[in-house]
Design a protein around this ligand. Structure first.
Ligand SMILES: NC(=O)c1ccc[n+]([C@@H]2O[C@H](COP(=O)([O-])OP(=O)(O)OC[C@H]3O[C@@H](n4cnc5c(N)ncnc54)[C@H](OP(=O)(O)O)[C@@H]3O)[C@@H](O)[C@H]2O)c1
Length: 371
C-alpha cells in the first residue's frame, strides 16, 4: 500500500509534537507537511525549540511552514491533523475541507457543529456517519476529538451505559500540559492547585453528552445524562486524574461494573488499528492507583497478525492510549472511581490518529483498504 501524505498543523506545540512522534513511521500515513506560526516557520523541525523528538526521522528534516491553506494543499497532503489553537483552527479547517482534505482536529472550534463527529472511536465509532454526510455537501470533511478530560471520561462511561447511568459528577486534577506550551506560568502553579480552568466545565458537560448520544436526522441527539464537572489545575506535568461518581437507576454490582470496564473491547480492537491499545481500559486493583507517574503510558499495542493483547509495543504507538481506572467503590445506586487519561496522547494526538485510522478502515480515506 502506498502511504497517504498528511500534514500536521501546529507541529511545534505539545500536541503537535505528539502527532510527529506517532505519525513518523506510521504504517499508513507519511508526513508531507509541518506547519506552525510565523515564529517557527523556516526552520527544520529538528531545529525547533525544544528540539523535535524525531530529529533523526523524516519529520526532523522537514522545514516548518507558516500555517495557511495554500501551503498545505501545495504539499500534496490529503489528510490533515490539526493541533492549532481554536481561534486559528476554526476558519482554516473549514477552508481545508472545501479544498477536499480530510481534517482530524483537536481544536474546539467545530466540535459542536451538527454535522461534525466528536469522536472517541471505542465509544461512538458509528458517529462517523456524520463525516459521510459532510461529503455530500463538501469535497472533504472535519472530524474532531473531544477535550482531553472528556476523551477519558466518555471512554470509561461507555461500558457502563448498559447499567443505565443517570448522572455523573467529575472532579478533575488536570496537568499543566493541558494548557499548552505557554499555558500556565510556573509561578502560578508550582506548589499550588488552581480550582478554575476557563471554559472547561462547560465543555465537559456538552461534549460528554454528544459523544454518548445517538445519530439523528439533525445531527446527534445528546444523551440525557446529567454531568456535574469541577475542574482544577494541579502541578503535574502530564496526565489528567479524575474522581468520578456515577449514579444509576438501580443499585450497582461492583464486580459486574469492574468486569464490564476491564473486558471492554470495541471496533478499533476488532479491526486491529495500528494505534489501538489491546485493552482501552485498564482496571487497577491496587488501593493507590492510578497515578500520573506510574500509569501515564498505559496501553499495549495489538500485534499485527497475531492479535494477542498485552505483547510488547515496539514503536510505543499504543502507550498512553489506554485509560486507567481504579479505586472502584460501589455504594447503592452509586459507583465511585478514579480514572487517569494521558491528555496529549489519548486526550489529543493519539485520539486523533485513532480517529483517522478508524475513518480509513471505514472507507472514508481512499487508499487504505477497508477493514
Ligand atoms: N494540551 C492538551 O492536553 C490538549 C488536549 C486536547 C486538545 N488540545 C487542543 O489542541 C490544540 C493545540 O494544543 P497545544 O497544547 O499543543 O498548544 P500549544 O502547545 O500552545 O501549541 C500550539 C501550536 O499552534 C501554533 N500556533 C499558535 N498560534 C498560531 C497561529 N495564530 N497560527 C498558526 N499556528 C499557530 C504554535 O506554533 P509556534 O510554536 O510557532 O507558536 C504551536 O505549534 C488546542 O486547540 C488545544 O485546545 C490540547
Amino acid at each position: 500500500m502506498k502511504k497517504i501524505n498528511v500534514a500536521i498543523l501546529g507541529c511545534t506545540g505539545l500536541v503537535g509534537r505528539e502527532f510527529v512522534r506517532l505519525l513518523d513511521g506510521h504504517p499508513w500515513f507519511a508526513i508531507a507537511c509541518l506547519t506552525a506560526s510565523a515564529r517557527s516557520a523556516g526552520r527544520r523541525f529538528a531545529e525547533t525549540d525544544p528540539p523535535g523528538p524525531d530529529g533523526t526521522g523524516v519529520a526532523g528534516r522537514l522545514v516548518v511552514r507558516e500555517t495557511n491553506a495554500a501551503a498545505v494543499v501545495a504539499s500534496g497532503a490529503r489528510v490533515v491533523f490539526s493541533a492549532l489553537p481554536a481561534a486559528a483552527a476554526g476558519p482554516l479547517e473549514a477552508e481545508l475541507r472545501e479544498a477536499g482534505l480530510r481534517v482530524f482536529s483537536n481544536a474546539g472550534a467545530h466540535r459542536m457543529d451538527a454535522d461534525v463527529p466528536l469522536l472517541v472511536p471505542e465509544a461512538n465509532g458509528e458517529h462517523l456517519e456524520l463525516a459521510r454526510r459532510q461529503l455530500r455537501r463538501h469535497p472533504g470533511f472535519i472530524v474532531t476529538n473531544p477535550n482531553c478530560v472528556v476523551s477519558g471520561l466518555a471512554l470509561a462511561l461507555k461500558p457502563l451505559m448498559g447499567l443505565a447511568p443517570r448522572a455523573v459528577a467529575v472532579t478533575t486534577f488536570q496537568a499543566v500540559s493541558g494548557g499548552g506550551r505557554r499555558g500556565v506560568a510556573a509561578w502560578d502553579i508550582l506548589g499550588n492547585v488552581v480550582p478554575f480552568i476557563a471554559g472547561e466545565e462547560e465543555k465537559v458537560g456538552r461534549e460528554t453528552r454528544k459523544i454518548l448520544g445517538a445519530v439523528s436526522a439533525a445531527g446527534v441527539r445528546p444523551d440525557a445524562m446529567e454531568v456535574y464537572p469541577s475542574c482544577a489545575r494541579v502541578a503535574v506535568r502530564d496526565g489528567h486524574l479524575q474522581s468520578v461518581g456515577v449514579e444509576f437507576a438501580r443499585p450497582v454490582d461492583g464486580d459486574a461494573a469492574a468486569a464490564a470496564l476491564a473486558g471492554f473491547l470495541a471496533e478499533p480492537q476488532r479491526l486491529r488499528l495500528p494505534t489501538a491499545p489491546s485493552r482501552p481500559i485498564v482496571v487497577r486493583p491496587e488501593p493507590d492507583r492510578p497515578q500520573p507517574r506510574l500509569d501515564l503510558r498505559a496501553g499495549a499495542a495489538i500485534q499485527a497478525g497475531r492479535g494477542r493483547p498485552g505483547e510488547a509495543d515496539r514503536h510505543g504507538r499504543a502507550a498512553g492510549m489506554a485509560v486507567s481506572v481504579g479505586r472502584l467503590r460501589p455504594q447503592g445506586k452509586r459507583l465511585d472511581f478514579f480514572l487517569l487519561v494521558h491528555n496529549t496522547v489519548r486526550g489529543a494526538a493519539g485520539g486523533s490518529v485513532l480517529n483517522a485510522e478508524l475513518a480509513a478502515r471505514k472507507g472514508l480515506i481512499p487508499g487504505v483498504p477497508r477493514g
